[in-house]
Design a protein around this ligand. Sequence first.
Ligand code: UDP
Length: 246
Amino acid sequence: MHHITIRGVRIDDVTYADVTDCITGYIADGHPHHIVTVNPEFIMEAQHNEPFRHVLEQADLATPDGFGLMLVSRWRKTPLRMRVTGVDLVTHLTAAAAQRGWSIFFLGAAPGVAEQAAAILSQSTPGLNIVGCYAGSPYPNEEQHIHTLIRQTQPDILFVAYGTPAQELWIARNRTALHASVMIGVGGAFDFIAGVSPRAPLWVQKIGMEWLYRLIKQPWRWRRMMLAVPLFLWSALRERTTSAQE
Ligand code: UDP
């Protein structure tokens, strides 16, 4: 599988169909697997957060989530084919799950939001088997209880919505204790699907401005994003220049 590496973080050049095919194999082999959806904030976080960087290295699949990654890949002349975002993965994989008989557990988000997202998806996707929803929290004192809930239901796919990097670290800590085949951190996906957070119109997504829309609608992200996105572009550019000189 083709991949690129930006600031030491691997990003696989996959489409939604490729991810579905990989998951078919993961479910068949019976081992736990971790899929991460890498965006510029992940890459910047990995530069100073060693445990998070290690989790990204160990992930079975790393999808390109974020227009910044597409820009850098094109500029390097090794273009990634498409963005594969957390929220769109949830909708694609629920459709695939209904067709293939996979079961799903929704973990995370504020109380009631996962249930609301699950109800909306179940209505639009006949045959969808959502075996559990639980808000919980990413803190270690909740882990035993969550293990019990997930072990009872043994989902094929577990979506975890605790935000980055908490959800990736949570999955890495708990992956062998859960009896779930595939685990994916999906950030604010349940909020988008439940309508708690507005998603940018499709044309805004297509021109690569979803980050700006999110910034306007959720201004508390200013500090985090205004630091991460330009820093990411600058450091990815610098990395290329430096390696070209070597
Ligand atoms: N969240 C949670 N418990 C926490 C912290 C966050 O359930 O202790 C949820 C929050 O309700 C939201 C998601 O994690 O649904 C994070 O969404 P955000 O859009 O911030 O994540 P990002 O996509 O930026 O990683």
